[in-house]
Write a protein that binds this ligand. Structure first.
Ligand SMILES: Cc1cc2nc3c(=O)[nH]c(=O)nc-3n(C[C@H](O)[C@H](O)[C@H](O)COP(=O)(O)OP(=O)(O)OC[C@H]3O[C@@H](n4cnc5c(N)ncnc54)[C@H](O)[C@@H]3O)c2cc1C
Ligand code: SF4
Length: 493
């Protein structure tokens, strides 16, 4: 009886795969969790209560058939578990690694609600597809029929790639354009290797290429090739360009030497991890080694920066955030990982001024320096939480006279991202945007205001998650097929 293998949560405790010690993992950029052993994955999957209404599934943006693949794993039928898992998710092993499960599937697991500790859904999803890769079950796309219509996809992040995968399975001719030299979007150049190792992304890119998806890399649409040219070349176009405009600080001289943007820092570190030569890293500008590092921000990008700085051998790493721990946007799991690795969080604190080395204690960089002296200190203001604003969130208020100086040789600004102004940059008339600058697209069909042009991922949602970009990309692929008059029949996956 299948259920005899399940419902073990009463006798079996929750266990994650082993986490490497903070000392060991702080020395490298490898993922921090080891693989589940086969027996452990089966055992942990068997904790699922197979409830009639699986809240995990409804809170997964992809509506993964979680109870089904947990049961198949518990029964040792890993290949079947893989086949079920990849029907709804284009990159299950990536989501298993980097989804904030505590807010999605696992946070809504019924046995978590009853105090037994959630089923480790993400770790098992990763185990199933990693096993599939090891066993050679993951095969390139071989469409049953080739169709003549072609689709141009701008942006090789998870949104664009999920659409490319699904469209190619239907037999369409797919070309993906990206301004970077590698595909993967933020999965390759944003998210660090200790959360998502680069070869996990690269083997997916290679598989898509093997399956006939064409990549045009180093192609900045709007500069190297116009949007109109892409539109003229393809029967439909998908915009999946993400959001890259960095939010900045409204203080004097936010660009003092040694004050850097999070994505410049993370991209350089990821490129080093991939074996590239980066002059700004080699000359020390983007290398935290030996420095006192201050990271400003409380989101997941800030968490990635502090943990990268630890691995680069920073002398000390502190994170300044203007609210408190309970009110930060970043995941608590990541804060805990960062603290274990030696990061100090300075809650209820915000930068007021950057002070340069050349002036010693003489004053702010802006006042005296025309040549951008190197940052030496940050004047920090202390905050308290005031009354809730309209959104119900408590706003930080300044505590007068509580300022102090924090020494720093590197300051990383991790304050979030906004969309670039695509219609203006690309000179496209009629491409409607919202008042936040994101592209206006129908939330189901992903059709924009231009005929035959669709949009997905962060450029529509604002900064979001990989799993939402995948969902959008899959849905848009079906809408594009419908638009082109083809039934959305996906080749055997
Ligand atoms: C540091 C960091 C850490 C994150 N960590 C997580 C995490 O742990 N879990 C999670 O779920 N999400 C995380 N996210 C968010 C996640 O990465 C994004 O939500 C997701 O990648 C969005 O996918 P996308 O396809 O919309 O865009 P992107 O991944 O941003 O890809 C867009 C692609 O479009 C290309 N492009 C842009 N403009 C042009 C142009 N003009 N011409 C050609 N190409 C262009 C870019 O080069 C890029 O490759 C993180 C984000 C950051 C910045
Ligand atoms: S895709 Fe993300 S939310 Fe869905 S089951 Fe996997 S880890 Fe959970």
């Amino acid at each position: 009886m299948a259920t005899q293998k399940m419902l073990k949560f009463v006798t079996l405790g929750r266990q994650m795969p082993e986490k490497r010690s903070a000392e060991e993992r702080s020395e490298d950029f490898h993922e921090i969790y080891r693989e589940f052993a086969d027996a452990k994955a089966k055992e942990q999957a068997s904790r699922c209560s197979q409830c009639g209404v699986p809240y995990c599934q409804s809170h997964c943006p992809l509506h993964n058939n979680i109870p089904d693949w947990l049961r198949l794993t518990a029964e040792g039928r890993t290949r079947e578990a893989y086949l079920v898992s990849q029907q709804t998710n284009t990159f299950p092993e990536i989501c298993g690694r980097i989804c904030p499960q505590d807010r999605l599937c696992e946070g809504n697991c019924v046995i978590e609600q009853s105090g037994h500790g959630t089923v480790t859904i993400g770790a098992i999803e990763k185990y199933i597809t990693d096993t599939a890769w090891e066993e050679g079950w993951v095969e390139p796309i071989r469409p049953a029929v080739e169709r003549p219509e072609s689709i141009g996809i701008i942006g090789a992040g998870p949104g664009g790639l999920a659409a490319a995968d699904r469209l190619r399975r239907m037999g369409f001719q797919v070309t993906v354009y990206d301004r970077h030299d590698r595909s993967g979007g933020l999965m390759i150049y944003g998210i660090p290797g200790f959360k998502l190792e680069k070869d996990v992304v690269q083997r997916r890119n290679a598989l898509l290429e093997d399956g006939g998806v064409e990549f045009v890399l180093n192609c900045n649409v709007g500069e190297d090739l116009s949007f109109d040219a892409i539109r003229g070349k393809h029967d439909a176009v998908l915009i999946a360009t993400g959001v890259y405009k960095t939010r900045d600080l409204d203080i004097d001289n936010p660009d003092a030497h040694g004050v850097i943007r999070a994505l410049d820092y993370l991209t350089a570190s990821n490129r080093i991890d991939l074996g590239d030569d980066i002059p700004d890293f080699a000359d020390g500008e983007l290398d935290a080694r030996g420095k006192r590092v201050l990271v400003i921000g409380g989101g997941d990008t800030a968490m990635d920066c502090v943990r990268t700085a630890i691995r680069q051998g920073a002398r000390s790493v502190k994170c300044l955030y203007r609210r408190d721990r309970a009110n930060m946007p970043g995941s608590q799991r990541e804060v805990q990982n960062a603290e274990e690795e030696g990061v100090e969080f300075v809650w209820l604190s915000a930068p007021a001024q950057f002070i340069g080395a050349a002036q010693g204690d003489a004053g702010p960089v802006t006042a005296i320096n025309a040549e951008r002296p190197h940052i030496a200190r940050v004047r920090v203001q202390k905050m308290r939480l005031g009354k809730p604003d309209v959104s119900g969130r408590q706003s930080p208020e300044l505590i007068e006279g509580a300022d102090y100086d924090e020494p720093a040789e590197m300051v990383i600004k991790a304050l979030g991202f906004e969309p670039e102004e695509l219609p203006r940059l690309w000179g496209v008339e009629g491409l409607e945007t919202t008042r936040w600058g994101t592209i206006r697209a129908d939330f189901r069909s992903h059709q924009t205001s231009l005929s035959g042009v669709f949009a997905v991922g962060d450029i529509v949602r604002g900064a979001s998650l990989v799993v939402w970009a995948i969902r959008d990309g899959r849905e848009a692929a079906d809408s594009i097929a419908e638009y082109l008059g083809a039934s959305a029949q996906v080749a055997a996956e």
